[in-house]
Design a protein around this ligand. Sequence first.
Ligand code: MLC
Ligand code: AMP
Length: 495
Amino acid sequence: MSHHDFHHLTDGNARIALVDDTASHTYGEVNSRIDRFATGLLGNRSDLEEERIAFFLPASLDYVTCMHGVWRAGGISVPLNVASAVAELDHYLSSAKVTRMFAQAGAPNELRELCASLGIELLTVEEMLAEAPGDLPEIDPGRRAMMLFTSGTTSKPKGTVSTHKTIRAQITTLIDAWCWTEDDVIPLFLPLHHIHGIVNILSCGLWAGATVHLFAGLDIPKVTSQVAAGVYNVFMAVPTVYVKLIQYLETRDEKEVAAVCAGFKAMRLNISGSAACPVKLFEQWRDLTGQVLLERYGMTEIGMGISNPYHGERRAGYVGQPLPGVEVQLFDESHRPVEGEGNPGEIRIKGDNVFLEYWGNEEATRKSFVDGWFCSGDMAVIEDGYYRIMGRTSVDIIKSGGYKLSALEIEGVLLTHEEIAEVAVIGAEDEVWGEAVTAFVVTKSGDELDFAELKSWCNERMSSYKIPKHVKRLDALPRNAMGKVTKPSLKSIPL
Ligand code: MLC
Ligand code: AMP
């Protein structure tokens, strides 16, 4: 991917690229800011040579400037979760060996101290803008472009590295499959440290020449009033957002509900993904708004892999068929391809959309590929030509509100609590979150833990969405003959 690929980002283009709380920004304005930022980043160098540059910024003109500026100058963009606890940032920044970090002016002291202790320069975008754009390097598409942290079956999140070519493939596939055009207008309220927000919404929008409305987070009253005003024609979200929208509309008067539903109905596309969309939710949304949700399946390491059709049947409970350019094959445990309908297997993926590596972790990278196929860890089956996701191969991955969380990472933190002797974390079925982080603990004293106290203890140590929604004390954790906790049996314990 070179910046020439985002061909609407050119000087003088008066189309509106971004709308935020205070202003609209044209493609021309955004482009010249990116060029000035890239020039400033380079200083007297000709290429950043894959320097890791982090940004701790909400959805904003600054965020877009950073992402594209780093790309144009030959660096690796490391967008960080603005809701992270400082302890988590420490891991991201030190494992990625970040050298410079961009945040808003007046960054919290804790962040300043962390950067200082890691020798990272903490800067604002404004102060890095060069007076005028200078020469920028030609970037080979095979070079590293972006690192996103993903939780897995190990206790620490891994940096997933995509190249310019990977990102280009991920974007162009969706531009075609979902018929993006420059007339599209889409709200962006999902976080910008994951591909759902970064690739599917922001990057596709800017690639297509569309207009992206930036929100600092999910502000339902604001989003729905814009929907009612007919501002958007495309809407993408995780299932939890659709659940929350329905719950919100249940509290509003008839007139408002009718206006919001009419706004959704008039859109050309509503998409759900990042977690399973329950059939009940698909049906509720259709009954309420007339929109037939397009569900698709993706992953940080591959972008989008499987999608229901834009034209054609969108089947509830199914994710559709492999996207053009993405090879999908189901495999059994002995790495043999599973052929035919009705036979479950692990989803494995090949294609230009697949990431390059886990940063600095050759072993994890090697283990995640078999014969050139990326092993997703998700089980699926094909029925009547459509893929259905059956679940994951690991019980240690939890999907809560679209966030992928590692049970082991949360257990690791909880085990440092002075009262906790043993702990097992699982994802319990939940109507709003899909899965709710649930901790079973054995306490040293045998006494119950105070939930509110534990929550505030956790708050200092992990992003708030990782904090257990339920904590249940047991006298002992259920274990098999090998002494391993039998997590599936925990799922049936009433909370
Ligand atoms: C927020 N909270 C969550 C949570 N999000 N708890 C569990 N799981 C979550 N996902 C908690 C907060 O900790 C807080 O708790 C309370 O809810 C209110 O927080 P909030 O920030 O105001 O919540 P809200 O804005 O309603 O957030 C809900 C959400 C958000 C669904 C908008 O979770 C979200 O943006 N999820 C999407 C994540 C995403 O983009 N995933 C894609 C990954 S890429 P308290 O107790 O402090 O009040 C991928 C590939 C693919 O998966 O296929 O796309
Ligand atoms: P992440 O690692 O955060 O990118 O999350 C990717 C994971 O989300 C996948 O491996 C799946 O487990 C899950 N996922 C994404 N889309 C869907 C979907 N439509 N249905 C079920 N699971 C999904």
